[in-house]
Design a binder for this molecule. Structure first.
Ligand code: SF4
Length: 433
């Protein structure tokens, strides 16, 4: 039996796609083994979001070669898509495939086996118009399934390389989405997380559908108890959206809404299409209509030209809206994007200081959010037994509070009520009721 090994860098979408590609190999009779084992084929699904991701991708390619010098090495994903020549020239790489045509991977490998010649199969992604169906049929051992329903981004934020790596927006056909969710429900999954490169754009390229529409239709599927949305944009959250969300009981009251900066001048240079004021309105609307809502976000510090005053504006804004969790990133110039060439780059020390201040604010806001639930009984979907604490199990509430409590492994995949007793660092401890 031939063996294949995978390594995935980057985001949830990449993880989804690796899993889908591993099914293609398994159907062909391959056995999937650990990346450090000797395999006949190594597939590295790369990321290119920062210059560092490219470097990491190259390291992993070299590692695969060391694991078996005679193997076929396949490099796919965003780095392969944006720099096919560079990737092809790395010693030992046999096949470069970007973010398209991954379902032809076996044909390419057969050709390489026959002719012993490397293939660069990367095509122009900017002209892609169809969503590439890469389905997962057997979801392994999880209680929460990530489902990729959208591809590409047409926003062109000035710091981001992704539109060049993934091409324009494309949506998975609603019927296909529903079929996959039904499959998930039949396999016992309780929660589905809808993801995409720019999820907010779902449906914009298809007549008569939208993100809200697909959520409504998934809501009707029996067996699925929670629908969670991946990252969305403030512009997605309209009055109509909030009104509908308030009536959809399975839609988790957890919204990850990308902010990046709380200063309008910085947002403008980033080419983000909203103002801090508009973002605040969205937060207020969600909070006054959706009970227990958790709003989480991404913030970037040290964007070129971010002065002390601009950063203070962001800080005060975040202090005021006090979100339940923030992921803080430091701007890192990405070759090929406009922002990499902007004047007034911020020095690393200043970025570090700003990031530390926001991390401290995040700790305070998160603790305050968690404390407001102390004493409450909340349904928790249990995911796994804790390795470091025997007899304890962990899971998440619908509004994404991580909860641990005493419990058996048999609870995995089930939803049960937990009385939340105390806040500990970034999670809460409770007791099954
Ligand atoms: S919205 Fe902006 S940051 Fe997000 S993928 Fe598109 S270009 Fe990149």
């Amino acid at each position: 039996m031939k063996k294949v090994a995978f390594y995935t860098l980057g985001c949830k979408v990449n993880q989804y796609e690796t899993e889908a590609v591993s099914e293609i190999f398994e159907k062909e009779g391959y056995e999937t083994v650990d990346f450090e084992e000797k395999a006949d084929v190594y597939v590295i699904n790369t990321c290119t979001v920062t210059n560092l991701s490219d470097r990491k991708s190259r390291q992993i390619i070299r590692r695969a070669r060391k694991n078996n010098e005679d193997s076929i090495i396949v490099v796919m994903g965003c780095y392969a898509q944006t720099a096919p020549e560079e990737v092809s020239s790395i010693e030992g790489v046999n096949l470069v495939i970007g973010t398209k045509d991954r379902n032809r991977i076996i044909d390419y490998i057969k050709k390489i086996e026959e002719n012993n010649k490397s293939i660069n199969a990367v095509k122009n992604i900017m002209t892609a118009r169809e969503f590439e169906e890469l389905d997962i049929n057997v979801y392994k051992g999880r209680t929460r399934a990530y489902l990729k329903i959208q591809e590409g981004c047409s926003q062109f934020c000035t710091y981001c390389i992704i539109p060049y790596a993934r091409g324009p927006i494309r949506s998975k056909q609603p019927e296909q989405v529903l079929k996959e969710v039904e499959k998930l429900a039949d396999s016992g999954f309780k929660e589905v997380v809808l993801t995409g490169i720019h999820l907010a754009s779902y449906g914009k390229d298809i007549k008569n559908t939208s993100l809200l529409d697909i959520v409504r239709r998934i809501h009707d599927i029996e067996g699925i108890e929670r629908i969670r949305l991946g990252s969305i944009e403030p512009t997605t959250v309209t009055e109509e959206f909030v009104e509908a969300a308030a009536t959809l009981s399975k839609l988790c009251p957890h919204y990850h809404i990308s902010l990046q900066s709380g200063c309008d001048a910085t947002l403008k240079r980033m080419n983000r299409k909203y103002t801090a004021g508009e973002y605040k309105k969205v937060v207020e609307m969600l909070r006054s209509n959706i009970p227990d809502v958790a709003i989480t976000t991404d913030v970037m510090v040290g964007f070129p030209g971010e002065t002390e005053e601009e950063f203070e504006e962001t800080y005060r804004f975040l202090e005021e809206i006090a979100l339940s969790q923030m992921h803080i990133f430091r701007f890192s110039p990405r070759k090929g994007t406009p922002a990499a060439t902007y004047d007034h780059q911020v020095d690393p020390g200043t970025k570090e200081k700003r990031s530390n201040r926001l991390m401290e604010l995040n700790r305070l806001n998160m603790a305050r959010f968690h404390k407001s639930f102390e004493g409450r009984v909340m349904p928790v979907l249990f995911e796994q037994e804790m390795k470091e604490r025997k007899g304890y199990i962990e899971g998440h509430t619908a509004n994404y509070i991580k909860v641990i409590c005493k419990g058996e492994d048999g609870l995995k995949g089930k939803i049960a009520g937990v009385k939340l007793e105390r806040t500990v660092e970034d999670y809460m401890e409770g007791m099954l009721v």
